[in-house]
Design a protein around this ligand. Structure first.
Ligand code: 5GP
Length: 191
């Protein structure tokens, strides 16, 4: 059973809006935070490590965990690619008295908020524009033409949900966005 004082920090945004950079900044600034490692069925990228970036698993294993109610939330974020937050991961982090940071997609973030409404701070990171987001994703160099198109289309849709979150930060300049996020998190951790 989850007790009410167990906090969760959610950072959500369309892919490429800069939420990972902001999450890294927060992790460096606040030792109380611990990154919540998600499970996923997508292939690992060259620089990624099992259990650090994700728990990589095949679809059969993932679906089994869905049936056994092992996820706090899960989503098919991209066609055929599942991502989810394991309840065991939240418990692992709470067990050493830290606050899990969930870097997850918009729908997953809404589900976590609904499930743990008491002590959750959700921050939506908004890109300055969808065009800017496309440029950032291209520069990252991890996308094919198809996945780029999918991510850009999805971003426009996701921005329409921004009002459902506790706070919205526009990431026009990373340093400014990081400072704004830090202020919100400092208040949240002190509350
Ligand atoms: P990527 O494939 O670039 O690592 O992540 C793609 C998207 O999946 C990102 O928006 C990321 O935040 C989201 N994501 C990562 N882990 C989870 C998770 O556990 N649940 C949900 N709903 N989305 C996730």
């Amino acid at each position: 059973m989850v007790s009410l004082h167990q906090k969760i920090l959610i950072i959500t945004a369309p892919s490429g809006a800069g939420k990972t950079s902001i999450t890294h900044h927060l992790m460096k600034t606040f030792p109380k935070l611990a990154f919540s490692v998600s499970a996923t069925t997508r292939e690992s990228r060259e620089n990624e490590n099992e259990g650090v970036d994700y728990y990589f698993m095949n679809i059969e294993t993932f679906k089994q965990k869905i049936q056994q109610h092992e996820f706090a939330e899960w989503e098919m974020v991209y066609e055929g690619k599942y991502y989810g937050t394991l309840k065991s991961e939240l418990k692992r982090i709470w067990a050493f008295d830290k606050v899990p940071v969930l870097d997850i997609d918009v729908k997953g973030a809404i589900h976590v908020q609904q499930q743990y409404p008491e002590n959750t701070l959700s921050i939506f990171v908004e890109p300055p524009s969808v065009d800017e987001l496309k440029i950032r994703l291209q520069a990252r160099g991890t996308e094919t033409e198809d996945t780029l198109r999918a991510r850009v289309n999805k971003a426009a849709y996701e921005i329409s949900f921004k009002d459902q979150f506790d706070e919205v930060i526009v990431n026009a300049e990373l340093e400014v966005a990081c400072a704004q996020a830090s202020k919100l998190v400092a208040d949240f951790l002190a509350s």
